[in-house]
Design a protein. Structure first.
Length: 209
């Protein structure tokens, strides 16, 4: 068995000698004289082969991303106000009206939703309501702000609505109409726009101009 194996081992060693250079010649010669020639030659072949180690796989770093902090609700109970107002869509306009049963005018509509949502009693007319809270520029309007209009020329405030976002407001427009959502980009209402006011539930500024 060993006699049969030795020529094969010698042949393998010679192949290694010429393929890998003479750096291992002495070691190969010694190995051929041992009984475990084949195992040793193969081990030498493995050790003498210069191959670069496989690159380590990059370990993905876990990046902790914090969710965006919720923006403060600058309008106090804006969600409640808008929800209350939206629930009255379609209610008829009525001059001097202050209830859902008989209809609303613009300021009566504001009185109703502020009382229902924030427990606040607003003045009766839009001109008086325009003195509450703090002034807000049109570019800074936020949902829940009151928006005022001069529908009778450049004189006093004569109309009010509730800003609900996306350049829209909800209001009781006029006789023959119902509570509806209108864009501030509307040609008529855009030309009559005066300013916005922000009224907070727990802000004393709502009582002063």
């Amino acid at each position: 068995m060993n006699k049969i194996f030795r020529p094969a081992a010698i042949l393998s060693a010679l192949c290694l000698l010429f393929a890998g250079g003479f750096a291992y010649a002495d070691e190969l010669e010694n190995l051929l004289n041992r009984q475990n020639d084949r195992q040793q030659i193969l081990r030498l072949f493995d050790n003498g082969t210069t191959t670069s180690p496989a690159p380590k796989k990059a370990v993905a770093q876990k990046i902790s991303v914090s969710p965006p902090s919720p923006q403060p609700d600058n309008n106090g109970n804006a969600d409640e106000l808008i929800r209350s107002a939206m629930g009255l869509l379609g209610v008829a306009y009525r001059y001097g009206g202050t209830s859902a049963a008989t209809g609303f005018d613009c300021s009566g509509f504001m009185q109703h939703i502020f009382r229902r949502s924030m427990g606040m009693t607003l003045p009766r007319t839009s001109a008086e309501q325009a003195k509450l809270g703090t002034h807000v520029d049109r570019s800074d309007l936020q949902p829940g702000d009151m928006v005022f209009f001069r529908t009778m020329g450049r004189g006093r405030i004569s109309h009010v609505g509730l800003y609900i976002g996306n350049n829209r407001f909800i209001h009781a427009p006029r006789t023959g109409k119902t509570i509806e959502i209108t864009s501030l980009s509307n040609k008529y209402w855009g030309s009559k726009y005066a300013f916005g006011r922000r009224v907070k539930k727990h802000d004393s500024a709502r009582f002063v101009n």
